[in-house]
Design a binder for this molecule. Structure first.
Ligand code: TRP
Length: 456
């Protein structure tokens, strides 16, 4: 075996920041605001918060627990906990999902990276209408050199951090990058709140219009709860495997959920106050950040510097998530196949980049090639977010509650959290109820919904 002793997080806060870094990403700053915008704002956010609390938190605790108990990557974790041949396949599905997500994630993260350059060069000042800023965006992404170049740059930086290992790479990187992200976002939010007309954006976020809630939007909210918390593919399991039994899992999970939600809300405030103050459309879709925000920046006082801050923070958020995706794949090949970490990073980071090339080309050369009606990029996003992650989450909940056995799960989750559960014993029952019944049923509905989408 190439690795003799498993690395562990150097500190509690190191784990929290790394796991929060995984959770907080493009999902919070790019995806959450645009899906909230498209689904009517406040009412959608309310449903999303319920999904996070009722499904996200219990499943997150379960996933971290599987990693900590087994001290293994997702495949090894199931191997260590059961003799069955089926369950390790669930872990393997996670490794595949890691590649799938990375392949489109690094493309969007590459746009964020490229937009830092655009902001520095003051290119946004030319655009004070969404139409022309949309054209600018389209001309950038239709250039294969631009899109693949920044994709590669982003992937190379992610690989560098994973290459350096858990303590020196992921933990140290997260300790520097996460506070930076928080400060930059705080500044962007302050700027948004102090614009004339910010109130309309706040109303959009706080005053629910219940008529906008449909079955569809509930399922979108639930699917996003999985994506934003990095659930369902073993990322949190892998990070949990670097934890020790002294660590308090419920506490850690609560902090991760809190930070992830806080950042999504702050991003919502920063973006919607700006969008409304400049009279733009909150339902701008996936282009909201790349097409609408440059217009906002060109119109707002101090926009030049805020544009740089904003795209820098977006890139940082994406970076700490991408490293968690890569780490899942790397830990599998290190633990199970005996690869040296360095070698695994080079090979599989390189491979992940190779898979991202067709995603990048979906915006230019391959734009007309459709599989099941979707471009390669959209297909990867769909497969991961709508099928692999919910399926992984469903199977993990079933595994913990029905297969591994509740006695094992209960005694494992108590380790490190004795005082919490001694004081509030009902919390254990609540957790079990959610994992055993509520999350399998609700996630199953999400999967049915996804299957229906595919037919259309
Ligand atoms: N949670 C990240 C985001 O919101 C994306 C992400 C990172 C992820 N690792 C993951 C999603 C693992 C699912 C599974 O941007």
């Amino acid at each position: 075996m190439a690795e003799f002793k498993r690395e562990h997080w150097g500190s509690k806060i190191g784990f929290i920041l790394a796991a929060a870094g995984s959770a907080i990403g493009l999902g919070n700053i790019w995806k959450f605001p645009y899906i909230a915008g498209e689904n009517g704002g406040a009412a959608f956010i309310f449903v999303y918060l319920i999904c996070i609390a009722l499904i996200g938190l219990p499943v997150l605790m379960g996933e971290i627990l599987l990693g900590r108990t087994s001290q293994k990557n997702p495949v090894g974790a199931f191997r260590a906990l059961t003799k069955s041949k089926f369950w390790p396949l669930v872990g393997f599905l996670g490794v595949i999902a890691g590649f799938t997500i990375l392949s489109f994630y690094s493309v969007v993260a590459g746009w964020a990276t490229g937009y830092i350059t655009e902001a520095v060069m003051n290119n946004f000042s030319l655009y004070n209408e969404t139409a022309s800023s949309g054209e600018h965006f389209n001309s950038l992404v239709s250039n294969p050199y631009w899109i693949i170049g920044y994709d590669l740059l982003f992937m190379a930086v992610s690989m560098l951090i994973v290459y350096a290992g858990i303590n020196k790479g992921i933990e140290r990187g997260s300790k520097i990058l996460m506070p930076m992200l928080f400060v930059l976002l705080l500044i962007s939010m302050m700027r948004g709140l102090t614009l004339d007309g910010a109130q309309e954006g706040i109303d959009f976020l706080l005053k629910p219009d219940w008529s906008r809630i449909t079955g569809n939007s509930v399922l979108i909210a639930l699917g996003h709860a999985f994506f934003t918390l990095s659930l369902g593919m073993g990322a949190m399991m892998t990070y949990g495997s670097y934890m020790s039994e002294k660590d308090n899992i419920p506490n850690a999970a609560l902090q991760i959920v809190f930070l992830d939600t806080l950042i999504a809300m702050m991003a919502g405030v920063a973006i919607f106050t700006s969008v409304f103050a400049t009279g733009l459309d909150p339902a701008g879709g996936p282009g909201l950040i790349f097409q609408t925000l440059p217009v906002v920046f060109s119109k707002m006082p101090g926009g030049y510097i805020f544009a740089i801050f904003f795209f820098l923070l977006l890139t940082i958020a994406a970076l700490t998530s991408a490293i968690s995706l890569l780490e899942v794949v790397v830990s599998y090949f290190v633990d199970e196949k005996g690869y040296a970490r360095h070698k695994a990073v080079l090979i599989f980071g390189g491979l992940a980049f190779a898979v991202s090339v067709p995603s990048a080309l979906s915006f230019n050369y391959m734009a007309d090639i459709k599989i099941a009606g979707l471009t390669f990029f959209d297909l990867m996003d769909f497969l991961a977010s709508n099928i692999f992650l919910p399926l992984g989450g469903l199977l993990m909940s079933i595994f913990i509650a029905w297969r591994w056995g509740l006695n094992n799960a209960v005694s494992a989750i108590k380790k490190g959290a004795e005082s919490l559960f001694n004081k509030h014993p009902y919390l254990i029952n609540l957790w079990i109820f959610f994992l055993k019944y509520l999350s399998p049923i609700l996630i199953f509905l999400v999967l049915l919904h996804s299957a229906g989408l595919l037919k259309k």
